[in-house]
Design a protein around this ligand. Structure first.
Ligand code: TGC
Ligand code: FAD
Length: 392
């Protein structure tokens, strides 16, 4: 259970008036699920560095996997604002929970739906939508993170199958995945996507241990040692780096919303604590220094909400540009990490304890500010959009 009443979750600019009844119902149902399923176990999962048991099946039940994927393939056919609100509510619980849903939705189901054959869509999407199958997304490599275009993983056409070699690193859910959407170079050096299934000979998924961030999420490698991939597992609909990068547009958009949830959890906790905790005979919330922090948190959350809502409108109209999405991802993650760090101070010593969410969110957000394009990479994308000059 959250430490604050859910009625204190802020809507300072009356943004709810711009949402539909369906949006609000979806948000409410995910919020209730996070209260009953995530909140009671998230601290222990993070402290123990274990994932939440049965998480993907539960996310499937509440419609959080592939919300905007067409109903005929097992999705919910919802709009982009609904997707954003779902991500916001999940990340109020924990970034690991939002990560699980956004990888499955934006990085696995999205490319299969956009670039897959009809057979691939029918084979994989319905199982991914209910969490019966878990997917991962392999783009980053040990030697190529911000610069995925230099990837070394490659495949050769062997006539009746492809032979895949290479390795991917920092892959969310790799130790749990049943399938991986893997981006690799063909013999012409062009990037293409392959669906690699667990059990294929030469495919292993070692776990990455000792993380101080996203401790309730499994991270690992995808290693390909002469893996024979059937020809029907190539994604036929895209060639080039724009394939994986267009998946990132969808995931980065979801993150822009998601981190508002983490910020809200920290802000609401800090407001409640500042009213209850007394020092020098008065609640600490009565002191100007603490009020300044709270006022700035609410201002930043409100600005982030407005940014996301309009970005959602642009996404619904199919006019959102990658650079607009980069701006929201960069701004909102920084907003959330700053609020997590500053709000922890409002709780004094109690702020470092697992009973309160700030340290967990702050630690998680160190990954979120790095993955899906680092804070600096998104700044360079905006710089390129402004000047037309590539500063990478
Ligand atoms: P560049 O030459 O600019 O572009 C190559 C081709 O791609 C097109 N393109 C895009 N298409 C769609 N969406 C985008 N956002 C696009 N950005 C570029 C571009 O038009 C071009 O197309 P074409 O047809 O002319 O070939 O590429 P570059 O090599 O200079 O790199 C650009 C850069 C640095 C922006 C890009 O590579 C980048 O974004 N780097 C960051 C890498 C990154 O974000 N990795 C994320 C890995 S996945 C992950 O972190 C999952 S965490 C999930 C979780 O747990 O929640
Ligand atoms: P690098 O690219 O080596 O960057 C190091 C530093 O250099 C950064 O500060 C960066 O901003 C800076 N830098 C790089 N290039 C420039 C430049 N041109 N100008 C100025 N500064 C520059 N990847 C996947 O494919 N799938 C996943 O599921 C996935 N999940 C992840 C989960 C976690 C928990 C983490 C931490 C990462 C995950 N990633 C995943 C990888 C993630 O996308 C990369 O870590 C990220 O893109 C950065 O790459 P890198 O770590 O190699 O850093």
């Amino acid at each position: 259970m959250s430490y604050y009443p859910l009625t204190s979750i802020p809507d300072y600019y009356g943004i709810d008036a711009l949402l539909t009844e369906e949006h609000k119902l979806i948000r409410q149902s995910i919020r209730e699920w996070v209260e009953s399923f995530v909140m009671p176990q998230i601290d222990q999962a993070a402290q123990n560095h274990t994932d939440i048991p049965n998480l993907m099946r539960e996310l499937g039940k509440i419609g959080a996997l592939g919300p905007y994927i067409p109903v005929e393939y097992g999705g919910s056919g919802l709009d982009q604002i609904s997707y954003g609100l779902i991500m916001q509510e999940l990340e109020r619980g924990d970034s690991a929970v939002r990560s699980a849903a956004s990888v499955q939705s934006s990085l696995v189901m999205f490319p299969i739906n956009e670039f897959g054959s009809e057979e691939q869509k029918r084979k994989y999407l319905p199982k991914l939508a209910v969490g019966e199958m878990i997917g991962s997304f392999g783009l980053t490599e040990p030697n190529h993170g911000s610069d995925p275009g230099s990837m070394e993983t490659y495949f050769k056409d062997m006539g009746d199958h492809y032979l895949l070699n290479g390795a991917k690193m920092w892959i969310t859910n790799s130790p749990l995945c049943d399938i991986a959407v893997v981006w690799a170079k063909n013999e012409e050096g062009k990037v293409q996507g392959l669906i690699v299934e667990r059990g294929m000979e030469g495919f292993t998924t070692p776990e990455t241990h000792n993380k101080w961030s996203l401790r309730a999420s499994k991270t690992g490698e995808l290693v390909f040692n002469d893996v024979k991939v059937p020809k029907e597992n190539l994604l036929p609909g895209v060639t080039g780096l724009k394939g994986p990068l267009s998946c990132l547009n969808s995931a980065r958009y979801g993150i822009s919303w998601g981190v508002i949830g983490a910020a809200i959890d920290c802000y609401c906790t800090a407001v409640q604590y500042s009213k209850e905790r007394k020092q020098f005979g008065k609640p600490i919330g009565s002191y100007q220094l603490q009020q300044k922090k709270l006022a700035e948190f609410l201002t930043e959350i409100t600005k982030a909400q407005l940014l996301c809502l309009q970005l959602g409108n642009l996404k619904n109209a199919h006019t959102a540009t990658p650079a607009q999405i980069s701006m929201a991802k960069r701004n909102n993650v920084k907003m959330a990490i700053d609020i997590a760090r500053e709000s922890r101070q409002i709780l004094g010593g109690m702020g470092i304890m697992g009973e309160f969410p700030m340290m967990r969110h702050a630690a998680n957000l160190e990954s979120v500010i790095t993955y899906e394009g680092t804070h600096d990479v998104h700044l360079l994308i905006t710089g390129l959009d402004i000047t037309g000059i590539n500063a990478f």
